[in-house]
Design a protein around this ligand. Structure first.
Ligand SMILES: [Zn+2]
Ligand SMILES: [Zn+2]
Length: 584
């Protein structure tokens, strides 16, 4: 969906009266050098808010501060990292989509680089834990991004699987299916099995090959869009025809639990199809501000199967009732230190605990899930042939919004749109995000692991923030066996900084796996604080990185020129320039 062109609201061009030389106005008209520095950094693809890591050589004791790219995925935080991330995603989708072999890497002993990365991941974990105990949520978010950056590097270095489960960002932790760690599995609060045929799932992840009458073979893949149900009719600008009858409550709950629904969909589809269907895609808001998801699927699945599975898939939320809001953020329950519980401000009676609330559901023979999420009737699926312009266009389409905040994907230009967003947000503010959400206190229930620091009705969870539209978790969803380890472009790009980070000296040409490091270097890593005396000022670090990058780029261009005897095919590495990365 492209936004209609903006009405003629461009600010009137300022009248060109030259300010008096030397006046304040004249000075203010000069570009600020700090801004130019950032601009150049962006131009050179240098991270503008790097994380300083202190590396100590364990043999010599020498320390050095090394900048780790922040790994932000949003342009408004760090455009160079966000763009790099998008390129990697595009490469990843491209690589995995039409592959015709199974991505099953043989296990090898870990290299020093791999071990160092795991260690680095450990340090980040430590810092994250510290920040989270100090309730420094912005730092936690930053560290999460650094963690995923390192995890990608770990994958690119050829390690399989995850080092550790991701930190729950809301949708992961429903207490219902807490990876076997829950206190007891209730017979009551389970998911009903959907009404679908079931087959044993083969390990196969690649699609079928078809043979044309002329003997040529082809292996098409698919493109799928899954959408949520209607909450009431909407206009072309995404706003409800009748705001008072638009079901904001269901819209909010659906948005919060959408990731779970998608998980169920893939589970059901694999069971129904009998092979390990692989996907890569993203979740983003529609104009009406409800999430939908686009997926590239490897191989083909008959369209009516996709529709049947989508129609049969649902996710039940077995949480306490939220019908009655007993408290408000202005008149909240209070923490009772002696009872170590949240209590009613007047009666001092403790609120129902999470365990009690769930037990009540278990004991009630007529209990119903507090919410059930389903897809809407609209399921779009089509075949895509590998290597076509259609395939490329589709990849660009799926990654179009990934560098933007959810709330920035669609421009809000009218009062009606603003009102729609506000109503949805008001609903999201009081919708519980997880079983630990502080908002449960409004409904007279103490969330799981309740503690004194909760702020009733003011949960910091991402889904409650206005610009997430309830889409709080990961927006990029890629199945485990999507790209395997032969993601060469992806890997190369990541490797460059991995090597720099690890202090491995590499030439610009012929960087390759073997022989890059022979002598094991033993290093200890720690996160350096910006005010540590050995950490140079941010501007100095940026200047240094830009200079390095500029030299590196000209060397690379020179090397390319030298090698450019054969017709210069387009390099997929994208290490130097962002082409065509402007606003689309
Ligand atoms: Zn960055
Ligand atoms: Zn919450």
């Amino acid at each position: 969906m492209t936004a209609p062109t903006l009405p003629g609201l461009a600010p009137a061009a300022p009248t060109p009266v030259a300010p008096r030389p030397g006046s304040r106005a004249a000075r203010m008209a000069l570009p600020r050098s700090v801004d130019v520095l950032k601009e150049i950094a962006a131009e050179y693809g240098v991270c503008v808010r790097p994380l300083a890591m202190r590396r100590t050589d364990l043999d010599t004791g020498l320390t050095e501060v090394i900048d780790l790219p922040c790994g932000a995925t949003r342009e408004d935080k760090c455009a160079p990292c966000a763009k790099k991330n998008r390129r990697l995603r595009q490469a990843q989708i491209r690589e995995g989509w039409h592959r015709d072999d199974e991505p099953l890497p043989p296990p090898k002993p870990a290299t020093e680089e791999q071990k160092a990365l795991i260690l680095l991941r450990g340090h980040l974990e430590f810092s994250r834990d510290e920040a989270s105990r100090a309730c420094q949520w912005d730092q936690v978010a930053d560290l999460d991004e650094a963690i995923s950056e390192v995890e990608e590097a770990i994958t690119a270095e050829g390690l399989r699987g995850r080092v550790a489960p991701p930190h729950s960002t809301g949708d992961e932790d429903q207490g219902d299916e807490d990876n076997g760690r829950r206190r007891k599995r209730s017979t009551k609060r389970r998911q009903d099995a959907p009404d679908l045929p079931r087959r044993k799932v083969e390990r196969r992840t690649v699609g079928k090959t078809y043979t044309a009458p002329d003997g040529s073979t082809y292996r098409p893949s698919m493109w799928l869009t899954l959408t949520l149900d209607s909450y009431g009719p909407v206009r072309p600008d995404g706003t409800p025809v009748n705001p008072d009858r638009y079901d904001y409550r269901r819209a909010a709950w659906d948005a919060v639990h959408f990731p779970r629904l998608l998980d169920r969909f893939w589970q059901n589809l694999r069971r129904c199809e009998g092979w390990n269907v692989q996907y890569a895609g993203c979740v983003e808001p529609q104009r009406r501000l409800a999430p939908h998801a686009h997926f590239a699927i490897r191989g083909t699945v008959p369209r009516d199967i996709l529709r049947t599975v989508a129609a049969a898939t649902y996710h039940q939320v077995w949480w306490p009732s939220v019908d009655v809001q007993q408290y408000t953020a202005d008149r909240p329950p209070v923490w009772d230190e002696d009872a170590s519980a949240w209590v009613d401000p007047d009666t001092r009676q403790p609120l129902t605990t999470w365990a009690e609330a769930l037990d009540a559901i278990d004991e009630d023979p007529d209990a119903e899930p507090v919410h059930v999420v389903r897809f809407g009737a609209q399921v779009d699926a089509r075949g895509v042939m590998p290597g076509t312009e259609d395939a490329e266009r589709t990849i660009r389409y799926v990654t179009k919004y990934i560098t933007k905040h959810t709330g920035d994907c669609h421009k809000i230009t009218s009062g009606r749109q603003r009102a729609h967003l506000d109503r949805l947000w008001q609903e999201l503010r009081v919708t519980p995000c997880t079983d630990r959400c502080a908002n449960w206190l409004l409904y007279g229930v103490q969330p799981k692991k309740a503690h004194a620091k909760l702020r009733p009705g003011r949960c910091k969870g991402r889904v409650h923030q206005r610009d997430t539209l309830g889409i709080g978790g990961r927006r990029i969803l890629i199945s485990r066996d999507w790209s395997g380890k032969t993601l060469t472009d992806h890997k190369h790009d990541v490797r460059a900084w991995v090597r720099a980070l690890l202090g491995v000296t590499v030439g610009l040409d012929g960087v390759d796996d073997q022989g890059a490091t022979v002598e094991p270097v033993r290093h200890a890593w720690e996160l350096a604080r910006p005010d540590d005396p050995d950490v140079p000022a941010m501007a100095h670090r940026l200047l240094r990185s830009i200079s390095e990058r500029a030299r590196w780029r000209s060397d690379l261009l020179a090397a390319k020129d030298r090698a450019a005897q054969p017709p210069s095919s387009t390099s997929p590495h994208g290490t130097t320039h962002d082409t065509g990365e402007g606003l689309q």
